[in-house]
Design a protein around this ligand. Sequence first.
Ligand code: G1P
Ligand code: ZN
Length: 538
Amino acid sequence: MIKTVATTPFQDQRPGTSGLRKKVTVFQGANYTENFIQSIFNVLEGFAGKTLVIGGDGRFYNDRVVQIAIRMAAANGFGRVIVGQGGLLSTPAASNVIRKNGAFGGIILSASHNPGGPDGDFGIKYNASNGGPAPEKITEAIFAQSKALASYKTTDTADIDLARLGATKVEGMSVEVIDPVADYATLMQGLFDFDLIRSLIKSGFSMKFDGMSAITGPYGSRIFEDLLGAPKGTVMNGTPLPDFGGHHPDPNLVHAKELCDLVIGGKGPDFGAASDGDGDRNLIVGKGIYVTPSDSLAIIAANAALAPGYAKGIAGVARSMPTSCAADRVAQKLGINQFETPTGWKFFGNLLDAGKVTVCGEESFGTGSNHVREKDGVWAVLMWLNILARRKESVASIVTKHWAEYGRNYYTRHDYEEVASDAANALVNGLRARLPSLVGQNNIVKADDFAYDDPVDGSRTTGQGIRLIFANGARIIYRLSGTGTSGATLRVYIEDYQPDSARHNLDPQVALASLITYARSVADIEKLTGRAEPTVIT
Ligand code: G1P
Ligand code: ZN
């Protein structure tokens, strides 16, 4: 039976860079989850009888929220829910399921790379019919709803058995439980040359993929081991766990240390890769080399045509503002479109929908293309494998040749996590107030607060990060994270361009040392935050 439950609104349900993220304990609070889901439904129009996709990264509380969302979808009048078996769908796979089935939209349950477990984080995100994260005008409308919500609709039906594939009914709404991997694997087989990659692996090329005890384990086993013939054990940490084994499922040098030590150390396999909690991020390492996400984007853009799905060439490439300018050089050379957007995948959606770009990326280990409307970790790994199989060169050779051809954009990101919000705001506001006076100092030619005018829908987004741009193209960028759940995280992005290949083999921290020192002093980081050093360097 459908019932309407009276509730009182919350004032803190504003979606951030990627949906609403809070501690699990917050989502467990009475009506907290239900209120947010109802706020989503209240904003949407014309979904009666239509299809909603539901799935998540399997973190603690995923199983409960899937059931809540199914009941509420039925009570609100959806005609069909498609849900991944066990309530699981990686974020890019969910995007694909939405697109493939012409669904009205989807609810994705994830806090991405944030830790999980009863004391960890949880998140809820709404994706629209293009398969991509809802644009700001929708997320802001959801927030407005949530602040005034008086009731939500649900049913009193029992939980669905999500272990069993197939269809059932909830109050007249059909619920289809699907294999979370199958459609995604088919999509990948259409984009990449699986035969060629299989022969590369057969010829002795070795790889490791770290699923980080998160969602991509099953995707990795099916694709790399079953379909591409990599030996069993190629996928490490391949079983999704509700608490990710107590680790941060964030594929970077700090959290994927075991894999990085093995591969970059030079004694392990030829190629290593990892993905995050919900499967949209990727880390790429080769024997003796770490590929920065910014370089990976540029290299993928330059070599995409080697993969069958992109053989006709790419229309353009977009990167988030703090991502290094390496991809711009490739776009210039190829004579294709190039865009610089604010941080967050939602800003790529319009460009992809309009066919203005094919490949997109962010410095935060995110790369993807127009095949879905999310970044896609396993896609990036397959793209690299396809490039490696075609070029028959090592990762290190491909990267160093790329630098020799285009120059190297030395790049690093320094994160100061969990600093006091007041201090972080004071730091950014202080810089903003001093912007005009910074121009001219230390060869700074431009100092601004990044704003973006969307060329497709004309919307303007302001306040997206403080940029200091130097005469030689070097950049220092400051912005506050929009995905954290406690305190503030200050991100400082530092980049310098080196055209001379004789100077391409420095450690980025060394190559960027003087810019790093300047970045700290001009923003008074230590004085304002009490932190002499960042907590994470990538
Ligand atoms: C971070 C990344 C950003 C990415 C987002 C979601 O957001 O910096 O590039 O799109 O996670 O994965 P932030 O915490 O910086 O707001
Ligand atoms: Zn993620």
